[in-house]
Design a protein around this ligand. Structure first.
Ligand code: ADP
Ligand code: ADP
Ligand code: MG
Length: 454
């Protein structure tokens, strides 16, 4: 087992990983950018190394500085968390060259699954259903028009390197196709430095259902059930829960088998997620694989009792999975609300600043993964997610009751945040009944807010 791990991230996920290392008796090295000296991950790690100025491209994405920090501190492995370098094949290659273990899959796997057009192709060849769409990237407008006609409008133009809901455009009619392709290309170039796009049929009002995978270096692959992440705003998840109210055992088994099949097909290693959309006729389609730990991993931990970050570290150290598919038992129900420093009244614009008062909820079945504390100043430089509130109940009803009262207890002053907005979702009759899909926030929540404002 490793004796020292460097965590190449910040915020709640860095803290989450440091905690797992602490419990495993592994020393930790934090990295930080100038301005992050007071961040919790810096305080909790055994060592902390400054890797550059606040701008992420010069610090949390600075491969040379991060690798130097690992080498000079004697860390044997790097945990990338999510975002930043977590799905960067070049970085993984450089870790491999330096003899440092990257806690994640091999660089060639990331290359194969990180490019979303190529991942579609891999899924098709593994006989896992994908959304009808282009074979590879879009290169020619005439071909794009023919394809859209064949699969029928509306279609979705998506960035090959996309993530975090960015680089997507819905096209309703042929007349808009050219302009929308251009718009998606420009957004993708700006966000990911790669303008290539592909086309999928736009699935109307689908559910987002994803399967958590664990795979070791000895050929064992299991799934840990699904997460329902249909509550989204602009294709970004806001609430996640497990299990999904909407899957029956038969569909769950079919989708879980396909997820495992696809992971085996690419010789996947470590933790990963296979994302699917499910339409109104219960057809499911692979959309992408995330080759890293995900924001919403705690809901799976709550219902399986398995610590995913510890398993990632054990797998990276070459250990065998301590369980088989049969041993994995799903028990109870878990829900996560992402708490963001943003202003729902002004189009969810980021709202950084000093937290003068912080009261965290607690009690039986409440878990908070966060990196903020009273007196901390949330910088404007990074992601606006400042905490994850996760609850566990014996069933969905109890989990909902716990989430309701936990959100009531949760106080953050003076920065704007989405606690009240999350509360109104949790209390929405459609959400309570399980009648929701990816259009829920736009159609049922924001439509309502607009009425209130008028
Ligand atoms: P998850 O499925 O884990 O919720 P998200 O898409 O919400 O994944 O991404 C998790 C984090 O990683 C977010 O902070 C998001 O902004 C960031 N992220 C995801 N993909 C990319 C990418 N391609 N480039 C930069 N950041 C990304
Ligand atoms: P990202 O890398 O940004 O997470 P995904 O491909 O996972 O991109 O898609 C994010 C979200 O966008 C999905 O959860 C879904 O809500 C929506 N989406 C993506 N593809 C489609 C599609 N073909 N039809 C309808 N919605 C889609
Ligand atoms: Mg996704």
């Amino acid at each position: 087992m490793f004796t020292k791990i460097l965590i190449a991230n910040r915020g709640e996920i860095a803290v989450r990983i440091i905690r797992a290392c602490n419990e495993m008796g592994i020393e930790t090295v934090a990295i930080y950018a100038k301005g992050d000296e007071d961040a919790l991950h810096v305080q909790l790690a055994d060592q902390a190394i400054c890797v550059g100025p606040a701008k992420a491209t010069e610090s949390y994405l600075n491969m040379t500085a991060i690798l130097s920090a690992a080498i000079s501190t004697g860390a044997q492995a790097i945990h990338p968390g999510f975002g930043f370098l977590s799905e960067n094949a070049e970085f993984v290659g450089r870790c491999e060259e330096c003899g440092i273990v990257f806690i994640g899959p091999k660089s060639e796997t990331i290359e194969k699954m990180g490019d979303k057009a190529q991942a579609r192709d891999t899924a098709m060849r593994a006989k896992v259903p994908v959304v009808p769409g282009s074979d590879g990237i879009l290169t020619d407008l005439k071909e794009a028009k023919e394809l859209a006609k064949r699969i029928q409008y509306p279609v979705l133009i998506k960035a090959v390197s996309g993530g975090g809901g960015k680089g997507m455009r819905i096209v309703e009619r042929e007349i808009d196709l050219e302009a929308m392709i251009k718009a998606a290309q420009m957004e993708a170039q700006a966000a990911f430095g790669d303008e290539t796009v592909y086309m999928e049929k736009f699935i109307v009002e689908p559910k987002h259902i994803e399967f958590q995978i664990l795979a070791d270096h000895h050929g064992h692959v299991v799934h840990l059930g699904e997460r329902d992440c249909s509550v989204q705003r602009r294709n970004q998840k806001m609430i996640e829960e497990a299990p999904s109210v909407f899957l029956d055992d038969k569909l769950r088994a079919r989708m879980g088998n396909d997820a495992v099949k696809l992971a085996k097909n690419v010789k996947y290693r470590n933790a990963g997620t296979i994302e699917f959309l499910v339409d109104k006729e219960n057809n499911y389609y692979f959309i992408e694989m995330n080759t890293r730990i995900q924001v919403e991993h705690p809901v799976t931990e709550m219902i399986t009792g398995i610590d995913l970050v510890k398993e990632q570290i054990r797998i990276a150290a070459g250990m065998e999975l301590p369980f088989t598919q049969k041993n994995i038992q799903i028990r109870g129900h878990a829900i996560e609300c992402r708490i963001n420093a943003e202003d729902p009244e002004h189009d969810f614009r980021p709202s950084p600043g000093k937290i003068s008062t912080l009261v965290l909820p607690g009690g039986n079945g409440i878990r908070i993964d966060s990196a903020v504390y009273q007196g901390y100043t949330v910088p404007p430089t990074y992601d606006s997610m400042i905490a994850k509130l996760i609850v566990y109940g014996q069933d969905r009803e109890e989990a909902l009751a716990k989430m309701r009262r936990a959100l009531e207890e949760f106080i953050i002053f003076d920065i704007k945040n989405n606690i009240d907005f999350q509360y109104s979702i949790i209390n929405h009759p459609s959400f309570i009944l399980g009648n929701f899909d990816t259009s829920f926030i736009a159609k049922q929540m924001l439509a309502k807010t607009d009425r209130k404002e008028k």
